[in-house]
Design a protein around this ligand. Structure first.
Ligand code: SF4
Ligand code: SF4
Length: 328
């Protein structure tokens, strides 16, 4: 699987086909993502296994609300990203390769995850898919050791790389940042069609899928954006949970923070199409997943304090109806 997404162009240049950019790399050149390079006509991955961040997080922080609720997830981040979101909260590792890293092999990473006692391992924080070879290898090992695999991604990967990772993945949260293709391209360097195809592939492959839209002024803070996103997700599967989260000024974007009132209004718009819409409340109100059959609370979240006692496995403890939650 190593370096499988690059094709030689016959003149020393390479084309990387991992993502929508399709970078043509002359010898010595580095791709838009900063972590895939042409060294003497061969694709090099100079930051392979360079882990910039390790943490143990609540699974709800990814955010995943319908997957192993109330558990912790061993989380790792790398370097680089193929997008350039001006409000990136992790810009020091996504937009630079200068951060301190620890070199890890897939084996040592999975060993550390097993030692942590967490039931799952997440690839998150920066953009994991620009390291698709490493992530897929780590996911294969993690499965052998009985861990569940989690991916948090911008979804900007073409089918070949997406498949390699998704076929080993148990749960994914995909950023669907706006429904405006121009804004995706111009403001973020992303590609809406690629993200849509990634989401459709993940659903089709049976991966547990949730999506996140950060409500950013001038990008995704109007009804039309949320309407388009919710209708599309519902067309893939009404079981997809959509998280509407609040932007705050960061990196190169200085618009005022998103108000909770706006998040609430946009959540109401999304709920016209999708049954499972979660709005960031700033910890001011509990977030509840209720049984759609009898109304009993299945999971109640106060910030990251989670009570999933309303579930018996993945069904409602009160009435036995199935829930959208995967609990194993
Ligand atoms: S993964 Fe990186 S090098 Fe490959 S096409 Fe995308 S941005 Fe370019
Ligand atoms: S896709 Fe995520 S990691 Fe990449 S620049 Fe945007 S917010 Fe940052």
């Amino acid at each position: 699987m190593e370096r499988r997404y690059a094709r030689a162009l016959g003149d020393g240049r390479l084309r990387c086909g991992l993502c929508h950019h399709g970078c043509v790399l002359a010898p010595g050149a580095v791709g838009v993502c900063r972590v895939r390079a042409n060294r003497g006509g061969t694709l090099e991955l100079p930051y392979r296994g360079a882990v910039s961040s390790v943490g143990i997080d609540p699974i709800e922080k990814k955010p995943l609300y319908h997957f192993l609720p109330g558990t912790s997830v061993f989380s790792v981040g790398y370097l680089g990203c193929n997008l350039k979101c001006p409000f990136c909260q992790n810009f020091s590792i996504s937009q630079s390769t200068d951060a301190r890293v620890e070199l890890m092999s897939p084996e040592s990473l999975v060993d550390a995850a097993v030692l942590s006692g967490c039931p799952s391992l997440a690839h998150t924080y920066s953009e994991p898919l620009v390291h698709a070879e490493f992530v897929a290898q780590a996911m294969a090992l993690a499965r052998e050791k009985g861990l569940k695999n989690v991916l948090v991604t911008n979804g900007c990967a073409r089918e070949e790389a997406a498949r390699d990772v998704l076929e080993r993945c148990d749960a994914v949260n995909v950023d669907l940042k706006t429904w405006d293709a121009e804004r995706y391209r111009g403001m973020l360097g992303g590609d809406l069609d690629t993200v849509k195809a990634f989401l459709a592939l993940a659903v089709g492959m049976g991966v547990h899928v949730e999506a996140t839209t950060l409500v950013v002024p001038g990008l995704s803070d109007d009804e039309a954006q949320v309407e388009g996103i919710a209708a599309f997700l519902a067309s893939l599967s009404p079981a997809i949970a959509l998280h509407l989260s609040a932007y705050r000024p960061m990196y190169r974007y200085h618009e005022p923070a998103t108000g909770l009132g706006l998040i609430g209004r946009l959540a109401a718009v999304a709920r016209r199409d999708l049954p499972w819409v979660y709005e960031w409340t700033g910890g001011l109100a509990p977030s509840v997943t209720a049984c759609r059959s009898c109304g009993a609370p299945l999971v109640v979240r106060h910030g990251y304090r989670v009570d999933a006692g309303g579930l018996s496995g993945s069904v409602c403890r009160a009435c036995g109806a199935p829930s959208p939650v995967r609990n194993g």
